[in-house]
Write a new protein. Structure first.
Length: 649
């Protein structure tokens, strides 16, 4: 068993350790009277209640009640035992600890606690990898050096960031660590090697490796990049697995180098990879960090909030996310936006031209372009809305309505209620609708709590811009997604009566009349499906029986509307039938067609007005395009007037 550390040595450690320096490695502190105050590292809070007294060496959080001296702080923040915390601090201030009863410092017989042993093993491994990469006599490492050079990184950069290379043999690191006094169990426990039938093997063999450090600068893990085509492991990156010292959900690559600049500038730049962090720091963006082998999440937010002093009573800090311009990058940005409420900071998104990442941008356009990328980032809110509405065809009334419904919860979720009116106006301009329409959707989304159900999701796919990834909804989806048409709407009522006439009295429709209305011009989705089936089959041919014709229509209609087909085929019309023919009059059928066409032209007018509003909001709008659009609008208005005159005649 390990002996107890002598009391006088514990006291010496406390006396020689400045608690404020230790706490500042985890929390940004500001002077308030005799104390230093910041956000508590032990619970999530928005207003700083964590107090440190440098004079007496104690801390206390008046929010969660945590408190103690510098040893208890290190023990809790680093998940160490009391003895390990004392040993860690003693090593930093250069005190040689003594133990009672002549006992060893620890039962491993080597003289340090488990955590300290693992940290030391990682330090040795990092030095081994780094030396191997830069050793020109090692031909295996050339692939790693080539990778670095291709991305604009030379040997000095490799030294600055501690980048190294793991030999392909797989046993070199384990043997090196054994020679340094580490046991096989320690090497495996730290995630540096795996245990196979022939002994230990380097987990990262044949790969370029980046050391991952905790906030204090200690190496706690590695990220390894594939550089050989014949690497048996296909994954581009391998990261250290969870170990006693490495928890990927709380680790940010580059945080040890970025924390001072973050605290000073109250800015954090979150990028996606190790080379992106390097490129940013080399370009002068020294607040860049990246998550390690996992998505940026809640625990990462907590870490950054403490450093940024992310408090609502202070001027907002700035958090910039850089994402690739592809679909995966947009998905990552939207995931980050969902966590935006956890910040008091202002969140921004930076996407480089052509979807380049910061490393690629630095290579193609230089350091200034990387700095400009961060400086010109757009607010997270704007990116989220524009990404959302980009899925819809804003040149149609349906697309604009769906875009409003999709964007409304985003506007309604803005923390600062005083900003919502301005953001509502901005969204109205982007979509090309009236401000009042967006405002009404925002209020409706707030009351409903959820903006979309299965119907909305399916219709979104219908009106979204076409893409190769689009997937047709299944029959079960359609069944859930096609609600009964809302017959309180007079337009939907007219559509229903038109379909009743078609299915019950197709002979009343002159040849070519079906071509005057397209299925998507109907309002109710179920009506669209029925009309599309009828239009595809066409009017009955001479000699074709009613049963054969209806069967043909039913075969083309989705199963979700079969019940509606039956209903429309038998439901009585709300008009008196001609006593001679037993059919509705031609004037009645014509009025229904005119009504649908009138709605069609009215929507086209709304489309044109929306385009004009968007042109008015665009600083570089084409005057010729505006004149052409105005002329089209006038023509549509004349068509509408003519249709209404025919209805009244």
């Amino acid at each position: 068993m390990a002996g107890r550390i002598r009391a006088e040595d514990i006291l010496a450690v406390k006396e020689k350790t400045a608690i404020e320096d230790v706490v500042r490695e985890h929390v940004t502190l500001q002077r308030k009277g005799a104390n230093l105050v910041g956000l508590c590292p032990f619970h999530d809070e928005k207003t700083g209640s964590f107090n440190v007294n440098p004079t007496n060496g104690y801390y206390r959080c008046f929010g969660c009640g945590e408190g103690g001296d510098v040893i208890s702080f290190v023990s809790k923040i680093e998940h160490l035992t009391f003895t390990e915390a004392v040993e860690r601090l003693a090593g930093k201030v250069g005190i040689e600890l003594r133990y009672e009863d002549g006992g060893a410092r620890h039962d491993d017989g080597v003289g340090a606690g488990r955590r300290q042993r693992l940290l030391e093993a990682h330090r040795v491994a990092q030095e081994f990898y780094a030396a191997y990469l830069l050793d020109q006599s090692q031909p295996q490492a050339r692939a790693g050096r080539d990778f670095m050079r291709e991305r604009g990184f030379d040997g000095a950069v490799a030294k600055r960031f501690g980048v190294g290379f793991a030999p392909r043999g797989g046993e070199e690191l384990a043997n090196h660590l054994r020679r340094k006094g580490f046991t096989d169990d320690e090497i495996v426990l730290g995630g540096l090697a795996g245990r196979g039938s022939r002994g230990l093997y380097d987990r990262f063999r044949g790969r370029l490796v980046w050391p991952i450090r905790d906030i204090t600068g200690d190496v706690i893990g590695f990220g390894a990049r594939r550089v050989f085509d014949d690497d048996r492991i296909e994954a581009k990156y391998l990261n250290t697995t969870e170990t006693p010292i490495y928890k990927k959900s709380t680790v940010l690559y580059g945080l040890d180098a970025a924390k001072k600049a973050m605290a000073k500038e109250r800015q954090a730049v979150v990028v996606e990879g190790y080379t992106d962090v390097m490129a940013c720091h080399l370009a002068g963006v020294e607040t860049a960090v990246a998550s390690c082998g996992t998505a940026f999440g809640v625990e990462h937010i907590k870490v950054l909030r403490r450093i940024l002093r992310d408090e609502p009573d202070l001027a907002p800090a700035r958090v910039v996310f850089t994402f690739d311009g592809d679909a995966a990058g947009q998905a990552a940005a939207m995931k980050a936006f969902k966590e935006d409420q956890r910040w008091a900071s202002q969140s921004f998104v930076a996407v480089a031209p052509g979807g380049q990442d910061p490393c690629e941008l630095r290579q193609s356009a230089g350091d200034g372009a990387v700095r400009a990328l961060v400086e010109d980032a757009v607010p997270m809110f704007e990116f989220a809305v524009r990404t959302t509405i980009a899925r819809f065809d804003l040149d149609t009334a349906e697309g604009r309505v769906l875009a409003m419904r999709a964007a409304a919860p985003i506007v309604g979720g803005i923390r600062d209620g005083s900003l919502r009116p301005e953001y509502t106006r901005m969204v109205a301009g982007w979509i090309g609708v009236e401000v009042e329409q967006v405002g009404a959707e925002v209020r409706r989304a707030g009351r409903a709590g959820s903006p979309a159900g299965p119907y909305a999701a399916t219709v979104e796919r219908r009106y979204a811009e076409p893409s190769e990834a689009a997937v047709e909804p299944s029959a079960s989806e359609l069944a859930a997604a096609l609600p009964a048409p809302d017959l309180r709407d007079p337009v939907v009522q007219a559509e229903r009566q038109l379909l009743q006439c078609l299915l019950q009295y197709p002979a009343t429709f002159p040849p070519g009349s079906l071509d005057t209305v397209r299925p998507e011009q109907l309002t109710a989705a179920a009506h669209q499906a029925v009309y599309a089936a009828v239009a595809a089959v066409g009017l009955p041919t001479p000699g074709q029986s009613a049963a054969a014709w209806h069967t043909a229509v039913a075969e083309l209609a989705p199963s979700a509307v079969h019940a509606l087909l039956t209903e429309l085929a038998v439901a009585p019309l709300p008009v008196r039938l001609d006593p001679l023919t037993g059919r509705p009059g031609e004037r009645y059928v014509e009025s229904l067609l005119l009504r649908i066409r009138e709605v069609q032209v009215t929507r086209a007018i709304a489309d044109a007005l929306g385009q004009l509003r968007r042109l008015d909001a665009a600083p570089d709008a084409d005057p010729e395009g505006r004149r052409s659009l105005s002329a089209r609008l006038q023509d549509l208005q004349r068509q509408l007037a003519a249709l209404r005159a025919r209805e009244d005649s």
